[in-house]
Design a protein around this ligand. Structure first.
Ligand code: DO4
Ligand code: MG
Length: 275
């Protein structure tokens, strides 16, 4: 089943049928020990909506913090070693790729997040910006993964490449993160053959496209969550982006007007234009 956020509240879709969750907030939904079972009971006890307009969805987030893992795919490690070699930062990426402790960084709060079909931004002081298509975990306050959505960790590669200590500036700014279109609520992990794909359109033509299977991710999602929740509480749960395995060629930088489409099997497609 998939949870969507409309301006009027939360909707749950199963099969082709949608049910209104009325005033329920995501914060309250994440308090349920078994979200899947709770949503199944709501579906069983309500009539489906006669009409559901899948346009004008909001980002599926309320008071959750958004965090991100980095260098979880070999491709991300290699690209970052290359971009930081002149600044002497190269070995950091190889070391974090092989280390037991993952790289985890703060990415956004709700007001910095773009929803489906709303614009993402590139920094005004960056020369080299890329989208990062990532599987996102929705984690409840008790550290259980209760759902999956699609994320875009838009990043400024020249700023990060100049010095790894600039990472927060390369990663955190208004509309540097997109989430949606909805949250797939599942009890079991996504199958390793699940595909993440991205295409970038410029002037209606495909400028770049690529896909990667989840099996290429080096880290186990539950282990990423265990590190994130060590000595840190999330009273409203959190979203955790799991890293990118797709990096456009070095000559590519995002431009205003580019359309970014990220799809993950069974979750859907997240579409954002660059402001
Ligand atoms: O190490 C910097 C960030 C890495 C990242 O965002 C990624 O691998 O997706
Ligand atoms: Mg990333």
């Amino acid at each position: 089943m998939i949870l969507y956020r409309k301006t009027t509240g939360w909707i749950v879709e199963e099969g082709k049928r949608c049910h209104d969750l009325n005033e329920r907030s995501l914060d309250a939904l994440l308090d349920h020990d078994d979200l899947y079972e709770y949503l199944a009971s709501q579906i069983a006890s309500s009539d489906p909506l006669e009409h559901f307009d899948p346009t004008s969805l909001e980002a599926p987030i309320e008071h959750q913090e958004v965090w991100a893992a980095g260098v979880t795919y070999y491709r991300s490690r290699s690209a970052r070693i290359e971009e930081s070699k002149d600044s002497g930062g190269g070995s950091f990426y190889d070391r974090v790729y092989s280390a037991e402790r993952p790289e985890l960084f703060f990415k956004a709060q709700a007001h910095k997040v773009a929803g489906p079909n709303s614009p993402v931004r590139i920094r005004s002081d960056a020369r080299w910006s890329v989208p990062e298509p990532e599987l996102v975990l929705l984690v409840n306050p008790r550290g259980s993964i209760v759902g999956y959505t699609i994320g875009n960790d838009v990043s400024s590669r020249d700023i990060e490449g100049a010095n790894p200590l600039y990472l927060p500036q390369a990663k955190v700014y208004d509309r540097s993160c997109a989430l949606g279109p909805g949250v797939l609520v599942e009890r079991s992990p996504l199958p390793p053959e699940t595909q993440i794909s991205m295409e970038i359109l410029r002037d209606e033509r495909v400028e770049f496209s690529a896909s990667i299977a989840l099996s290429e991710m080096k880290r186990d999602p539950q282990t990423l969550v265990e590190y994130l929740y060590r000595d840190q509480s999330f009273p409203h749960g959190c979203f955790l982006l799991t890293g990118t395995g797709i990096i456009p060629p070095d000559a590519f930088t995002l431009q205003s007007g580019d359309l970014i489409r990220i799809s993950i099997d069974r979750i859907g497609t997240l579409t954002n234009r660059v402001a």
